[in-house]
Design a protein. Structure first.
Length: 221
């Protein structure tokens, strides 16, 4: 898949019951993230962190859904460990579904296998894929981590903030940007238009090229 492609619609069994992905997503943003296996240490820490941050994703109208190459019955048992590690409430539902991909069909279809990492049975493990999908069902961002490296879910949340902000305004976010920091005015916006939009309240950084393309502005929201 390329950025901007419509994300595949698929049917799957999950810990919340059967879903059809596009119907489950509805008019929300979505993040699908994959895991090599249940009852593995890095995956347990990741799912606990994602569950802890679930309210922050929900505030941004983002639905989370995980995938692991094990069965729903195993997922449900594993969730107890995840809750214990993350100091999450033991009672009640887990905040997002986990997909049953024991057949590895989705892992293959979505090209999520890590050829260098093998299970004890010699099968390639699912890499730590992250797919960010917008309400139009378009793939907006993808990140692939090897099975041995856990993800930074604060960074994934930051990425969502950037995508949603730049959808609403003609800005881009610079290196190490965080919510509330200055943004970059996109090169497609002329100085004259920028003056009208931002009431002259932006800075053009002096550079040796004298091209005046690096313009910083306060975050529009």
């Amino acid at each position: 898949m390329k950025l901007g492609d419509i994300f595949p619609n698929f049917e799957a069994e999950t810990t919340d019951g059967p879903i059809t992905f596009h119907e489950w997503l509805g008019d929300s943003w979505g993040i699908l993230f994959s895991h090599p296996a249940d009852f593995t240490p890095v995956c347990t820490t990741e799912l606990a962190r994602a569950a802890t941050l679930h309210p922050e994703f929900a505030k941004r109208k983002v639905k989370l859904i995980a995938l692991s190459c094990d069965a729903v019955s195993t997922h449900k048992s594993w969730i107890k460990d995840i809750k214990a590690y993350g100091n999450l409430p033991h009672e009640g539902n887990f905040p997002f579904p986990i997909i049953d991909d024991v057949s590895r069909k989705l892992a293959v279809d979505l090209n999520m296998l890590d050829p260098d990492e093998k299970s004890k049975d010699g099968l390639p493990l699912t890499c730590r894929a992250v797919f960010v999908i917008d309400p139009r069902k378009k793939l907006r961002a993808s990140i692939l981590y090897p099975a041995s490296s856990g993800r930074n879910f604060d960074e994934i949340l930051r990425l969502v903030d950037s995508l949603q902000l730049t959808d609403r305004h003609q800005v881009a976010t610079p290196a190490d940007w965080k919510n509330g920091f200055k943004c970059v005015i996109q090169p497609t916006v002329s100085d004259e238009d920028a003056k009208n939009v931002y009431n002259y309240d932006f800075d053009t950084y002096p550079l040796p090229s004298n091209k005046g393309y690096l313009r910083m502005v306060r975050q529009p929201e």
